[in-house]
Design a protein around this ligand. Structure first.
Ligand code: ZN
Length: 315
């Protein structure tokens, strides 16, 4: 049964060891906009920082919990190993020059599906790749104008995420049967699945790498979870019902201020979230000034002075 309840990646959330280095990398090096400066609602002494395109659109959002001094994690099964951004084909020389200028070590590589890419890590060792393709249309408005990245080289959100598991089929089955993905291609240990809907949308692909590998250990530089986007609260309820009927444990709908979320762990061990497109990043502050001021949910406002005093300075 085909369903169109999911339209791609909504956001990817990861762990970092320091807020300042994290912000410098995502805004100054790869030119994303800090679109939300808030705290971990369950641990408000820790930031929750969101980076994305100028509007903080789903499909471009990467978010971090920077725990100061957190020990690095280790890659392996049960984790998202590479977060991939898209850049136009003609921007490859720009990006290799820029990484050299910013003293970021990188490798040039080809994806298992034939795309040219640059592979590097963020300051915590998290795997980032830029895929050069003209498939996903023109670049989006530059997230961070002060990073001085020309519009025709800017990243235009996610291309895909590469999930590492020990066996492909249980994870593929969840993507296909519950989230509506279609298997597009298989190359050895790699498979590529494609979300329903139009290909030009960011975050359209999920790649799986299946191998008998040790389990990942979470720490700084690890992806904590990957969120898939769903258009409405009604479509989210439909996904939730499908997940529940499959026998997987799924949470109730949780209010994350900028989206509503459900979570479940897929059989390969990776934490999946399904997040609604609305209300979005501009629900509690104007689009023009996203990310400049610390935003707190109502119940934490009475503790603002104390919380601000404990957080590292970012600017
Ligand atoms: Zn999330």
């Amino acid at each position: 049964m085909e369903n169109h309840l999911i339209t791609g990646i909504h956001h990817i959330t990861a762990l970092a060891s320091g807020a300042k280095a994290n912000k410098e990398f995502y805004t100054d090096v790869i030119g994303q906009r800090l679109v939300k400066r808030t705290v971990n609602f369950d641990a408000p002494e820790v930031y929750h920082l969101y980076y994305g395109d100028a509007a903080g659109s789903p499909g471009t959002l990467i978010t971090f919990f920077p725990y100061e001094g957190l020990v690095r994690g280790r890659g392996g099964a049960g984790q998202v190993q590479y977060t991939r951004y898209t850049a136009p084909k003609a921007a490859r020389a720009f990006w290799s020059d820029r990484l050299i200028e910013k003293r970021i070590t990188f490798q040039t590589a080809e994806s298992p599906f034939g795309e040219s890419l640059l592979r590097f890590t963020d300051p915590d060792g998290m795997g980032i790749e830029i895929v050069f393709t003209s498939e996903l249309g023109p670049g989006q408005p530059n997230g961070n104008p002060s990073a001085n990245i020309p519009a025709d080289a800017a990243l235009s959100g996610f291309h895909s995420a590469q999930l590492h598991v020990t066996q492909a089929s249980p994870t593929e089955a969840v993507l296909e049967q519950l989230l509506g993905y279609t298997l597009a291609e298989r190359q050895g240990a790699y498979s590529r699945l494609v979300a329903p809907g139009k290909v030009a949308a960011p975050g359209h692909y999920i790649d799986i790498y299946a191998n008998n590998q040790a389990r990942a250990l979470q720490g700084a530089g690890s992806v904590h979870h990957i969120a898939f986007r769903t258009p409405t609260e009604a479509s989210q309820r439909q996904v939730r019902a499908l997940v529940e009927a499959s026998g997987l444990h799924v949470t109730e709908v949780l209010d994350r201020n900028y989206f509503r979320s459900i979570y479940f762990r897929e059989p390969g061990g990776i934490l999946f979230e399904v997040a609604t497109d609305p209300p979005g990043m501009a629900t509690d502050e104007p689009l023009e000034t996203l990310g400049q001021k610390l935003q707190l949910p109502e119940w934490l406002e009475p503790r603002r002075a104390q919380i601000e005093g404990e957080l590292a300075h970012l600017d």
